[in-house]
Design a protein around this ligand. Structure first.
Ligand code: 5RP
Length: 218
C-alpha cells in the first residue's frame, strides 16, 4: 500500500470515534481531508463540526456538513486530525499545513483528540520534520534569533500567511528530547502565537496506518 492508501485506512478507522449527535472537531491536511470525505457518508448522525482551517471549512461545507464557530458551541466531543510526526508517547509535531494555532485551540477544547497518520509519521524523537512556529509578523526576526539560541535553524516559510494573518518559521535541526519543556519555552517567547509541538496536550489516541493494518496507540 502506498502512503495515500494508508491515510485512507486511518481515515476510515477514525469514523468509529465519531460520537453521534455531537459537534466533531476537524483538523487540516490530506489525512483530515480523507476523514472529511468519510464523515460525509454519515453526516446525518452528527450535529455538526468545528474546523481548524478555512480549507477544511470549505471542504466540509462542500459536503453539506454544518460548520459552527467554535465560540458558538459548548462542547466538542472529539477532535480528529493528522500530524507531521508522532511518538509512542502521543507527542506530536503539527503545522506542516500552517493551521497549527487553530488546531491547538480545537484540540484544547475537545474531550478526546484522535490523531490519524500513516505509519511513516511515527518517530522515536521529534524534530526531523522542521518545527513550525506561528509568529506575529513584526516579531519574526527577534523570534528567529531566539530559536537559533535554542539550537534550531529557523527558516521563514516563503510566500505563506496563516489563516490568522501571521507568518511561519520552520525550525530545522532540532532534536526534541523534552517536548513539553520546549513547547512551554517557545510559547513563552514574545511574538510567538503557537509552536507546533503538541505535548502539553498530546493526542489521546494515535491511529497509525501500516501495511499490516491500522494500529492503535493510547
Ligand atoms: C496541518 C497539520 C497536518 O495535520 C499535518 O501537516 C499532516 O498533514 P497530512 O495529513 O497532509 O500528512 O498539522 O497544519
Amino acid at each position: 500500500m502506498n502512503q495515500d492508501e494508508l491515510k485512507q485506512k486511518v481515515a476510515e478507522a477514525a469514523i468509529e470515534y465519531v460520537v453521534p449527535g455531537t459537534v466533531i472537531g476537524i483538523g487540516t491536511g490530506s489525512t483530515a481531508n480523507l476523514f472529511i470525505d468519510e464523515l460525509a457518508k454519515i453526516k446525518g448522525r452528527i450535529e455538526g463540526t468545528v474546523a481548524s482551517s478555512v480549507a477544511s471549512t470549505e471542504r466540509l461545507k462542500g459536503h453539506g456538513i454544518p460548520v459552527y464557530e467554535l465560540n458558538d458551541v459548548d462542547e466538542v466531543s472529539v477532535y480528529i486530525d493528522g500530524a507531521d510526526e508522532a511518538t509512542r508517547h502521543l507527542h506530536l509535531i503539527k503545522g506542516g499545513g500552517g493551521a497549527l494555532t487553530r488546531e491547538k485551540i480545537v484540540a484544547a477544547v475537545a474531550k478526546k483528540f484522535v490523531c490519524i497518520a500513516d505509519g511513516s509519521k511515527l518517530v522515536d524523537v521529534l524534530g526531523n520534520f522542521p518545527l513550525p512556529v506561528e509568529v506575529i509578523p513584526m516579531a519574526r526576526s527577534y523570534v528567529a534569533r531566539e530559536l537559533s539560541k535554542l539550537g534550531g535553524r529557523p527558516e521563514l516559510r516563503a510566500g505563506f500567511t496563516t489563516d490568522n494573518g501571521n507568518v511561519i518559521l520552520d525550525v530545522h535541526d532540532l532534536q526534541i528530547m523534552e517536548p513539553a519543556k520546549l513547547e512551554a519555552q517557545i510559547n513563552n517567547l514574545a511574538g510567538v502565537v503557537t509552536v507546533g509541538i503538541f505535548a502539553l496536550r498530546p493526542a489521546d489516541v494515535l491511529l497509525l496506518g501500516t501495511a499490516d493494518g491500522v494500529h492503535k496507540l493510547g
